[in-house]
Design a protein. Structure first.
Length: 140
């Protein structure tokens, strides 16, 4: 997948370009269940990256009258954090190749990152009131 100009969602089949406004995102995805959480942040259920079912968060910067510059991948519930982590990691590696960096973030979970043509991908688990998975794609 080429992330230079945006992100391809498989279901619904929609290409989301970087740098669009909130109103452009709403026009593109409102009929597919896009929900506004707050100014500059929207979510929806979708499938991407070779069949991965997940929630997708759309972050705008600045929050008011900003442009899309970050995607957040998460699940509604986590029966097994380890299973979720492994599933996300497998789909991201199949789509973008091996991570360009790996660090030890927690005892159980490494932290992975990719640097790809003006895009940064991060995947890690942090302990903030309990373990929490973070998976993001950011346009630099």
């Amino acid at each position: 997948m080429d992330l230079i100009s945006g992100f391809q969602i498989e279901s619904p089949s929609v290409f989301v370009p970087w740098g669009i406004s909130e109103s452009q995102l709403q026009s593109l995805l409102e009929e597919h269940g896009l929900k506004q959480v707050t100014h500059g942040y929207y979510t929806m259920s979708c499938v991407s990256l070779g069949g991965l079912s997940h929630q997708l968060g759309f972050h705008f910067h600045p929050r008011h009258h900003g442009i899309l510059n970050e995607l957040e991948f998460f699940r509604r519930s986590y029966e097994s954090l380890k299973a979720s982590f492994d599933d996300f990691q497998e789909h991201f590696e199949r789509s973008f190749g091996e991570p360009t960096a790996e660090q030890c973030e927690t005892e159980e979970f490494p932290a992975f990152s990719w640097s790809l043509n003006g895009v940064r991908i991060i995947h890690y688990v942090m302990d903030r009131f309990g373990l929490e998975e973070h998976m993001r794609i950011m346009k630099l």
